[in-house]
Design a protein around this ligand. Structure first.
Ligand SMILES: [Fe+2]
Length: 186
């Protein structure tokens, strides 16, 4: 029997109720890869007939983790960013996304450097844990699923500019790795 979105959300809920920590988030990453192996799920949410753009396909009414589907026509590189107090798992279904992990060098908050890059091919999921700085670079036609620990439209997060070694705090910027962040003047 296929592993469905409902199965995934039930498992994620159960995992978070026991282990809302790195080990639990890693279990969720593995469960997402199982979900990506269900062709019916992919066809329904990240298939050739889906409209371009981002759509939220589930929000847990109690724990508030969210599942979002991305059907992207154009290639895009995001700036390095974190998700505030939320973890995130990205799961690729079509084309690829290159992920880069960044780390502060210790000089100041805005000075960061890349420490690891890896590619998510279809079927692969990657975990970015709480406050882990990352950037994404996806090709045209990419389709992927993102799971976040909270509704990101309500979460304060940081966006970095490595060129100028500056960091901006973004408040309630919307569920967006796919739009330009709206900066709070600061
Ligand atoms: Fe992200």
């Amino acid at each position: 029997m296929s592993y469905t979105l409902t199965d995934f959300c039930d498992d994620t809920r159960a995992i978070l109720q026991k282990h809302d920590d790195h080990a639990g988030h890693e279990q969720i990453r593995q469960k997402l890869e199982t979900l990506l192996g269900n062709p019916a799920f992919c066809a329904e949410y990240v298939g050739p007939d889906n409209n371009t753009g981002m759509s939220q396909i589930f929000e847990d009414p109690k724990l508030h983790f969210c599942v979002l589907a991305y059907n992207m026509a154009d290639a895009r590189k995001s700036p390095p960013h974190d998700h505030g107090s939320s973890w995130a798992v990205y799961g690729q279904t079509t084309v690829y996304t290159d992920m880069t992990i960044w780390a502060a060098t210790g000089k100041d908050e805005g000075t960061i450097e890349p420490v690891r890059t890896f590619r998510l091919d279809p079927g692969n999921a990657g975990l970015f844990d709480v406050r882990e700085i990352h950037s994404i670079d996806y090709a045209a036609g990419s389709k992927f699923v993102r799971v976040t620990g909270v509704d990101m439209s309500m979460e304060t997060r940081r966006v970095f500019d490595p060129e100028t070694a500056t960091v901006r705090t973004i408040e309630q910027a919307g569920t967006s790795d796919t739009r330009e962040p709206r900066a709070k003047s600061s």
